[in-house]
Design a protein around this ligand. Sequence first.
Ligand SMILES: [Fe+2]
Length: 288
Amino acid sequence: MGETLRIEELDVCFGAHVHDVALGSLSSGTFASIREALLEYGFLVFPGQHISLDEQNTFAAMFGPLEFPAAAITNIDDNGEVLSDEGHDTVKSIRGNEGWHHDSTYMPVQAFGAVVSAEVVPPDKAPTGFADMRAAFADLDDDTKIMLRGLTAKHSLYYSQGRSGYLPTPNDDGSYAMYGYHDKPVPVRPMVKVHPETGVENLLVGRHAHEVSGLSEDESVALVDRINEAACTDDRVHYHQWAVGDVVVWDNRRLMHRATEFDLSNPRRIWHTRIAGSDETELAENYR
Ligand SMILES: [Fe+2]
């Protein structure tokens, strides 16, 4: 049985701030309530937590196995220097992520979600945008809903980073040494995903989506762009203004998210722990 949380809903159609919990020392009852709240709101913010990376990984692992433990999303290099130009691969990755996306749709298994904490926040906050693809699907007209239910798309980081002009520096053999650039089959996913826990339909599109089934390349690009643009507007979008010590968690089976441009001359470091999706429900169609 869960415990009652002090929830402050956002003024959009999803998301909430959660107060009066300590993520570093959660009881099973409090965690059960947090998990329930995540399914209801899709996005939870826990201000002022200041947890360690071990505590962050432990919290994330309460939701399920990790795809990977805390990894820095940052423009600070290993020597503590600020990478202020776009030529660095880590910065290219950040810039590419300014397009709306679900995490790991380009991998065989789409992610369940992620826990992210903020360690170094620049003056402009480097907000992260979140958008509710459950509401976005619900708000489509019936003809579009019926059309999308019958379509699939391929998802690839080669495609999305290439299109935005932010592919990393290649190895001598032309391959890339960064996460997500695999040479397995390009995952094929439905454009409408039934959420495995709520049973509600969600749009599944984003910047990694391309080669929609049955469409020409031009038609495919036009459809994906149109759906992404229509989905990520109005009260379906919220930008989180980071503060040091914040922890957020989101349901990647429901929400899209995006980075925003910030002044690269200022250091910024957030830590991303990715929670693995279930093989049962998040495996790409062509891997089944
Ligand atoms: Fe992401």
